[in-house]
Structure formats: C-alpha cells, structure tokens
Design a protein around this ligand. Structure first.
Ligand SMILES: N[C@@H](CCC(=O)N[C@@H](CS)C(=O)NCC(=O)O)C(=O)O
Length: 208
C-alpha cells in the first residue's frame, strides 16, 4: 500500500490526484506542519520537513513532480503520461516541470513575503522579482491555452495536474490575477471526478 504524507493545502494534492486518476490504492497521512519538526516518525521519512512524501515498500520519495513520474512509470502505462514518441511529449514534459520549477516554486516567494514575513519586509526586491518571473512564465500557459484545452494539447495529462496546482496556489494565496482562459481551464481540470475525490480525501484527514 502506498502511503502519502500530505497536508490539506499542500502539493500532496498532485500525488493524490494522480493516484485517483490511476485508480491505485493508497493511504493518506496528514502532517501537522506546526508539530512536524518535533515528530520523529515524520522526520525519519523526510528530515527536510516539507510535503509531500511517499513510501511505497522500500521506496521513500519527496518532490511532487518526481513522485508523479515515479507512480506513472512504475504503475503505468497511463493516459496521464504520453510516451516519448507521442507528438505531445515535449510540450507535456515542459509544462509538467514548469508547473513546479517555473511557477509554484517562484510563487512561494511573494506568497511567504506577502503573508508570513514581518510587515516591514513584505514589499521586497526578491518578492517583486519572483512575481515578475511568474507573470512572464504565465504567458506560456496563456499561449498554450489559446490553441488547446490542455497543457499537452487535446487531452488531460499529468502536466495539467502540475500546472493546476500552481495556478490555484498563485490565484488563491499569492494574489495572481487569472484571465478568462486560465479560469475556464481550472474549471475544466478541477471538474474531473478524480480531482474531486482527491480534494475530498485531502480535506478529510486520515483515510483508509
Ligand atoms: N518542490 C517541492 C516543494 C515542496 C514544498 O515546498 N512543500 C511545501 C508544502 S506544499 C512545504 O512543505 N513547505 C514547508 C517548507 O518547505 O518548509 C515539491 O514539489 O514537492
């Protein structure tokens, strides 16, 4: 049984969403980030103390996109992951990784500066720079959506799971304004039954 260590608003939703799309059994262990740094069981899984992590037999992994690739590789094939000879593969790879490396990671800078930093440090050069970097990367998402309904083209893939998380993070927690195309895209991706199950599982805490 795969164990996902996650939190209600964490990137663990990406992992749980993949598991739901693939119909794989798993159990979810919610980590309370306020208590996590003194929880030896959790720190033995991830001494870096960030979410998500998985355990699958002898495998222990962190990094949400790497975990997604592991699950699809080990338990696929799955339509979530186009093969290397599929024409959509390069675009798929690009947006799968841009969702974290180009968007969510950078979004964290204005997010923590804006909501967690002391008042006098909120408006800072680094946060403004990161916000501007995200805005430029969003131009690629916008260009893609001008010609196709999904990040890899005509059909839903794991790249959409990656990018959906980032867009929601930016819009809901860091004040990024989304246009009509991005909002319609989020409505499409989050209307999937697997997303709704993943969301509900993530918010109900411990589950079988
Ligand atoms: N690139 C990592 C980012 C992990 C990350 O930043 N996780 C957040 C929760 S969504 C966290 O645990 N932050 C606390 C910290 O890093 O101290 C991934 O995609 O898994």
């Amino acid at each position: 049984m795969i164990t996902v260590w996650g939190g209600q608003t964490s990137r663990s939703i990406r992992v749980v969403w993949v598991l739901e799309e693939m119909g794989l059994p798993y159990r979810l262990r919610q980590v309370d980030m306020l208590a996590a740094k003194s929880d030896p069981t959790w720190l033995a899984v991830n001494p870096g103390n960030f979410l998500p992590a998985i355990q699958d037999g002898d495998v222990t992994m962190v990094e949400s996109v790497a975990i997604m690739e592991y699950l699809m590789g080990r338990y696929g094939p799955t339509p979530l992951q186009p093969g290397p000879n599929d024409p959509s593969f390069p675009t798929y790879q690009q947006f799968l990784h841009m969702g974290e490396a180009g968007l969510a990671t950078l979004i964290m800078v204005p997010l923590v500066s804006g909501f967690i930093a002391p008042e006098t440090e909120r408006d800072n050069w680094g946060a403004r720079w990161a916000r501007e970097c995200v805005e430029r990367r969003l131009l690629l998402v916008r260009r893609q959506l001008a010609g196709a309904p999904y990040m890899a083209g005509d059909r839903f893939t794991a790249a959409d799971i990656s990018v959906t998380y980032a867009l929601k993070l930016g819009a809901n927690r860091a004040g990024f304004a989304l246009g009509d195309a991005e909002q319609a895209y989020l409505a499409r991706t989050t209307n999937r039954e697997a997303y709704k199950r993943a969301f509900n599982r993530s918010h109900e805490g411990m589950a079988a």
